[in-house]
Design a protein around this ligand. Structure first.
Ligand code: ADP
Length: 483
């Protein structure tokens, strides 16, 4: 059987540029698909940091004018990934993040920055690069959402398209006045086009025009077909019927391998769990917590945003700490939450430690040392931290939403009797639910044999990309054969 050639289009790819789970997925999926005889090349924007990490690249496409300046596409290989880097200095060569400047505000020209990514993606899809004609294009999130729309309005024969939405909360919403400048005809501003509640949505370009749409867990795929959770896209997603589905994310089991992890104090696996306590001790020390091994240590690794429900934790914190629970928090985001956690450290010295920022090494140590990893999200498309927790013998305590509902087996009495429990779920995501779930975790922690069995169940769960990789491969084949 011939190999299938896929163009992936995304605004971030691990390990080259990452702000969240999207990068983990776009970085890991190509490796999993290679085992399925699928070759993926990924187009990403040439942010300053990306160009700095790319060497020996070859120019494979030159454009005189891409929304106000010249651009070129560079082909290169980084960390085993085949990449097309869109070098457009007027759009990407600046200090700051992929989406926002150093002041934290979104770049004012984001519509053009990501329309450019999509437009060039559509050009490559239709053969603009010599000797590279993909069978299928897989686009991720709103930043690449216009690819299927450009293909549709371009009128040329186009390859099959898949859109994966990692978080429906980001619609890529802009004024319809931009449509002509973005290169779309007036009829694109319609319900059967890019129109979204009086504006245009880049995400909708993918949700509406892609042959298949996926999101990152089966439960989230169901949730977003309801008006409560659908962010205004629920009707469209219901209409897409069986062409819309959920495929769980995995994690990179080489990056996340407690037996070999270089970031942690003591390596371990499910047969050598005893060594894990050294990571717990190191974590307490790192965060200046009281050295009291009998206390449950709860870890958090998260963006600090409303979605993640960490304001609920702040509310519950005094009573939890009063019961003797300890906390370590690694995260960055909303100023109010950052300030809240920083203040908690001053109020409860030795009981909670906080690191405001982004740090891979600390994230790994938390997974390896915390007793519980808490994920109290209000909604969660998939979630990766609870998968890392499973692999590292930390018990995930999660709200029962989206991918959290799909990946953690709640330690109810029957699950314990059957010996299949891996964590604790609570619902709804509110303060009382969170408080009670930690109480349940404390009770389980007080039963070392039960606790260890849960740790081992989690560590034996396949959270790698293998299963999801074959599901994407099957979806690709369906999309190709139904053309
Ligand atoms: P989201 O993409 O919504 O932020 P996910 O759980 O899907 O949430 O993915 C988050 C990823 O980013 C995980 O790999 C997690 O370990 C990592 N992460 C989040 N915050 C931090 C941080 N402050 N430092 C290090 N890693 C982080």
């Amino acid at each position: 059987m011939a190999r299938t050639r896929v163009l992936s289009v995304a605004s971030e790819v691990y390990p080259i540029v990452k702000t969240g789970g999207l990068a983990d997925v776009t970085g890991a999926l190509p490796g999993a698909l290679a085992r399925e005889r699928i070759d993926v090349s990924t187009l990403l924007p040439g942010y300053r940091s990306v160009l700095a990490s790319v060497s020996g690249a070859e120019t494979v496409l030159a454009l005189d004018d891409l929304f106000g300046g010249p651009a070129r596409v560079l082909a290169t290989n980084v960390a085993g990934l085949a990449l097309f880097v869109l070098d457009a200095p007027h759009l990407y060569d600046r200090a700051g993040g992929p989406y926002a400047g150093p002041d934290g505000n979104d770049w004012a020209d984001n519509a053009f920055r990501f329309a450019a990514l999509s437009r060039v993606g559509a050009q490559i899809a239709t053969g603009a690069i010599q000797n590279f004609r993909p069978d299928l294009v897989h686009v991720h999130d709103w930043q690449a959402g216009l690819v299927p729309a450009y293909l549709r309005y371009g009128g040329q024969s186009a390859p099959a398209t898949i859109m994966t939405v990692h978080n429906l909360a980001f619609a890529g919403r802009f004024s319809p006045r931009l449509l002509p400048a973005l290169g779309f005809p007036p009829q694109a501003y319609s319900i059967d086009g890019l129109e979204y509640h009086g504006d245009i949505s880049f995400l909708k370009g993918g949700l509406f025009f892609a042959d298949r749409v996926t999101t990152v867990s089966p439960t989230y795929a169901l949730e977003v077909t309801t008006p409560e959770r659908g962010m205004g896209f629920d009707g469209l997603l219901r209409a897409r019927g069986s062409r819309f589905s959920g495929i769980l994310n995995g994690i990179d089991d080489e990056v996340w391998d407690p037996a070999l992890d270089p970031y942690i104090t003591a390596n371990f696996d499910e047969e050598r769990l005893a060594a894990r306590v050294r990571n717990t001790a190191a974590l307490r020390k790192r965060f200046a917590l009281d050295d009291e091994p009998a206390r449950l240590l709860v870890g958090i690794v998260s963006r600090l945003s409303w979605q993640k429900g960490l304001d609920l934790l702040l509310d519950a914190l005094p009573s939890l700490i009063g019961r003797g629970v300890q906390f370590v928090v690694l995260g960055a985001g909303d100023a109010g939450l950052e300030a809240g956690f920083t203040a908690a450290v001053a109020a409860h010295r030795g009981r909670i430690g906080v690191y405001i920022g982004y740090d891979e090494a600390v994230a790994h140590l938390i997974q390896a040392g915390a007793g519980v990893v808490l994920v109290p999200s209000r909604f969660e498309p998939c979630g990766l931290t609870q998968l890392c927790a499973l692999r590292y013998g930390a018990i995930p305590v999660v709200s029962r939403v989206g991918g959290l509902a799909d990946t953690v087996i709640d330690a109810n009495e029957m699950a314990l009797v059957a010996g299949v429990a891996t964590g604790v779920q609570f619902s709804p995501p509110d303060r009382e639910g969170l408080d009670l779930s930690i109480l349940r975790a404390e009770a389980l922690f007080a039963r070392p044999e039960v606790w260890q069995r849960m740790q081992q169940n989690g560590m034996r769960t396949d959270v790698s990309w293998n299963r999801s990789g074959s599901q994407y491969a099957r979806l690709y084949r369906e999309a190709l054969s139904s053309r």
